[in-house]
Design a binder for this molecule. Structure first.
Ligand SMILES: Nc1ncnc2c1ncn2[C@@H]1O[C@H](COP(=O)(O)OP(=O)(O)O)[C@@H](O)[C@H]1O
Ligand SMILES: CC(C)(COP(=O)(O)O)[C@@H](O)C(=O)NCCC(=O)O
Ligand SMILES: [K+]
Length: 279
């Protein structure tokens, strides 16, 4: 079995993949914390022959995780953001500073779709662009839905905001605080994604396919007008592409990859932007 780990700021996701059949056998998530508890947090390591890790948690969390795993598992592969990989040129001035989950998403997106816009809706929402030639332009980072909600709660005295109530695609003005907040942050997230996509595609003269991942991908997907596909396993896809272990992976296959959605025409993107500027 292969154990894939995607350690984010909020949740540490794991999945077990059969090295022979390439099937996903089980998956789970635990709150990201200081250390893993084998048994409770992660599956039985006796069946694991290799681990692949993408982590944006504090360095100490990764170090401890790797230490624990190296005792028990033969091969431990830790992903890093590099200046170049799999035909993609990292756009950051300091390539190592790009969040490795973003780098994994960019690599997976490029392998699947060629040039792409990769959106990761987790603790933060990140929007990254890779041009068809493999040039990663860099991206945008904004607070995720939960973070936006929680920051408002801190700043609003005596107002109960439920950070867990689900944002929906309800765009009318809220008539209760919770509703106004939920609709406000939802609008902030989806309009930023739509606008960023249109601006960058227009600027670079290319309509790119969009891919969405992360814990809030499904809810945000409902409000994103740009044609896109949801790919919950996009970060894992980057791990598969970076450290191919199975036959299917060596052939370039990534588990759970969606059908790439054809982008709208550049003319439409341009017209939409021109219209919004007129208002
Ligand atoms: N069952 C859940 N538990 C926690 N967060 C969830 C859950 N379902 C959706 N979410 C949302 O997903 C976000 C975490 O998504 P994820 O992509 O795992 O983030 P990260 O990679 O930053 O840890 C949370 O901020 C929350 O808004
Ligand atoms: C931007 C992020 C916090 C997103 O993390 P996530 O929401 O997936 O937990 C992470 O990719 C990160 O720590 N990046 C380093 C800074 C950067 O990418 O510029
Ligand atoms: K994210």
């Amino acid at each position: 079995m292969i154990l894939d780990l995607d350690i984010g700021n909020t949740l540490s996701k794991w999945r077990l993949k059969d090295a022979d059949s390439s099937e996903i056998r089980s998956r789970g998530a635990v709150w990201t914390r200081e250390e893993w508890r084998p048994g409770a947090d992660i599956p039985d390591l006796d069946v694991v022959e290799a681990v692949r890790i993408s982590s944006v948690a504090r360095a100490a969390v990764l170090d401890d995780t790797v230490k624990l795993l190296r005792h028990r598992v033969g091969a431990v592969h830790v992903a890093r953001s590099t200046a170049e990989a799999l035909g993609v040129l990292n756009g950051y001035e300091e390539p190592g500073k790009l969040g490795v989950d973003r780098w994994m998403g960019a690599l997976a997106g490029y392998q699947l779709a060629g040039g792409c816009c990769a959106v990761d809706c987790g603790s933060a929402i990140t929007v990254d662009f890779v041009l068809p030639g493999g040039i990663h332009l860099g991206g945008y980072i904004l607070p995720g839905l939960r973070l936006m909600k929680e920051s408002l709660k801190l700043g609003t005295r005596n107002v109960a905001i439920d950070p867990d109530s689900e944002a929906e695609e309800l765009l009318e003005p809220g008539r209760r605080t919770v509703e106004a907040v939920n609709h406000g942050i939802y609008m902030a997230a989806v309009s930023a994604i739509n606008r960023i996509y249109c601006e960058v595609c227009d600027q670079h003269g290319v309509a790119l396919p969009m891919l969405l991942t992360g814990g809030d991908a499904r809810v945000i997907s409902r409000g994103v007008q740009v044609p896109h596909a949801v790919w919950p396993d996009m970060v894992y896809g980057g791990l598969e592409a970076s450290f191919p272990l199975t036959l299917a992976e060596r052939a370039g296959k990534m588990a759970g990859a969606p059908k790439v959605v054809k982008p709208v025409s550049l003319e439409k993107i341009h017209a939409g932007l021109a219209f919004s500027m007129l208002l």
